[in-house]
Design a protein. Structure first.
Length: 377
C-alpha cells in the first residue's frame, strides 16, 4: 500500500516537471516582440515673449527758454525818457521856471522852493541858488536858455562827474566778488537784486545769489524766480534759519564753482536796531573769512525822500556802504535825493531803477541824469 502511494506521487512529480519544461521551451521559441520605434523628439519651442508696448518718449516738462537781458548801455536812453520832465516833478518844476520870460526875484524864490521840496535839501539848494544868481549876474543874463546852461553845470558839480561809480565785482586770488545788498524791507531790495543779476549776466559775468533774508518767506521765492529766468542759481536755507549760514554756503559754493560774483540778499528790519547791527555784522564777518566783500550796496526807495536819509544813516553805522541804489526813481520820486544821500554817506549813487520792467535798472550817469531832468537828449 505504501509502495502504491509512492508510485503515484512519483508519477505526479514527473508530470509537473514535464509541464513546466514544455511551457518554458515554448516561450524561448517565440520571436521577440518588435520594439516600438522611438518617436522623433519634438523640436523645442520657445515660449512666446510677452507682448511689449512700443516705447513712447515721456513728454518733457515745459521749460521756459532763458531770457537774454538787455545790455546796460542800451538801457540808458530808455531810462532817460522815463526820467524826463513829463514824468518827474523835480524836472517839471525846473523847466517851468526856466521857461519864464524873466528871472525876477519871485522866480528865484519859486526855484528855491521847488528845489527844497524836490528833496535836494536846504544846503545844496542854497549852494545852487547862490551859484546860479552869481553866474547870471556876472553875465547880466536874464535869458532862460543861458540860465539852463548854468543850471546844468551847477547840478553836475553837486552830483559829481569824476566819481567812480563802477561796481567792484572782481575778487582777489581767483575768488568771486561778493556784493552784500542791504536796505529796509519795502524799498524794492530783493527785486533790485534780481534786476542786478540781469545786469551782471548781460555784462558776461557768472552769478550766484544768496537768499539770506530768511525772515521774509517770499524773499527766497522771489530770488528763485528772478534767477531762473537768466540761469542764475540761488542758495537758500530754511525759513527763519541763520542768515549768516546761508551767506557762508553761497560764498563757499561760489568759490567751488568758480563763479564771478556772489550777490547776498539780507533782511531789512529796523524795529530793533541792535538786532539788525548784530545780524549784518555777523554776515559780513562770516563772508570775510572765505572771500572779502567787494561791494556793499544800500537800496533806498527814492519816493521816501528825507526818510531815505534816515535809513541811510542807520545802515552806514552797521556796515561800510560803498554804493547806493536808488529804486523807484519814477512816478512820485522827485530826483533831488541823489545829492543829499551822496553827501550823507560820502559814497556815490551807482545804480538807479526807473520802472517795473525786468531791465529797468541801469548804471547811474551824472550827465545822463541831469540832461534827462532838463529835457535834453
Amino acid at each position: 500500500m505504501d509502495i502504491f502511494w509512492i508510485i503515484i506521487a512519483a508519477i505526479g512529480l514527473v508530470l509537473v516537471v514535464a509541464a513546466v519544461t514544455i511551457v518554458v521551451g515554448r516561450r524561448r521559441a517565440l520571436p521577440a516582440a518588435p520594439t516600438a520605434p522611438a518617436l522623433p523628439a519634438e523640436p523645442a519651442t520657445e515660449a512666446p515673449e510677452p507682448a511689449v508696448a512700443p516705447e513712447t518718449e515721456a513728454p518733457e516738462p515745459d521749460v521756459a527758454p532763458l531770457e537774454t537781458p538787455e545790455p546796460p548801455s542800451s538801457r540808458l536812453s530808455r531810462l532817460r525818457r522815463r526820467l524826463s520832465a513829463s514824468n518827474n516833478p523835480f524836472a517839471r518844476g525846473l523847466l517851468g521856471l526856466l521857461a519864464a520870460d524873466k528871472l525876477d526875484a519871485e522866480a528865484w524864490e519859486d526855484l528855491e522852493a521847488t528845489l527844497i521840496t524836490s528833496d535836494l535839501g536846504v544846503g545844496p539848494t542854497d549852494e545852487l541858488i547862490t551859484a546860479l544868481r552869481r553866474e547870471v549876474s556876472i553875465d547880466g543874463v536874464a535869458d532862460p536858455a543861458k540860465a539852463r546852461e548854468v543850471l546844468r553845470a551847477e547840478l553836475l558839480k553837486l552830483i559829481g562827474t569824476d566819481t567812480d561809480r563802477s561796481l567792484k565785482v572782481t575778487g582777489a586770488d581767483g575768488k568771486p566778488g561778493v556784493i552784500l545788498v542791504v536796505g529796509v524791507n519795502g524799498t524794492g531790495k530783493t527785486t533790485t537784486i534780481g534786476k542786478l543779476s540781469r545786469v551782471l549776466v548781460a555784462e558776461g559775468h557768472t552769478v550766484l545769489l544768496a537768499a539770506a533774508d530768511t525772515f521774509r518767506a517770499a524773499a527766497a521765492d522771489q530770488l528763485q524766480t528772478w534767477g531762473s529766468r537768466v540761469g542764475v542759481r540761488v542758495i537758500r536755507g530754511a525759513e527763519g534759519g541763520d542768515p549768516a549760514s546761508v551767506a557762508h554756503d553761497a560764498v563757499a559754493a561760489g568759490i567751488t564753482e568758480g563763479v564771478d560774483v556772489v550777490v547776498v540778499d539780507t533782511a531789512g528790519r529796523l524795529h530793533t536796531k541792535t538786532g539788525l547791527m548784530d545780524e549784518l555784522g555777523k554776515i559780513k564777518r562770516v563772508i570775510d573769512r572765505l572771500a572779502p566783500v567787494t561791494e556793499v550796496l544800500l537800496v533806498i526807495d527814492a519816493t521816501t525822500g528825507q526818510n531815505g536819509l534816515a535809513q541811510a544813516r542807520v545802515f552806514a553805522e552797521v556796515v561800510d556802504v560803498t554804493g547806493i541804489v536808488l529804486s523807484k526813481l519814477d512816478g512820485s520820486a522827485k530826483g533831488g535825493i541823489v545829492v543829499p544821500v551822496q553827501r550823507e554817506l560820502g559814497v556815490p549813487v551807482k545804480l538807479i531803477g526807473l520802472g517795473e520792467g525786468a531791465d529797468d535798472l541801469a548804471p547811474f550817469e551824472a550827465e545822463g541824469f541831469v540832461d534827462a531832468l532838463l529835457g535834453e537828449s
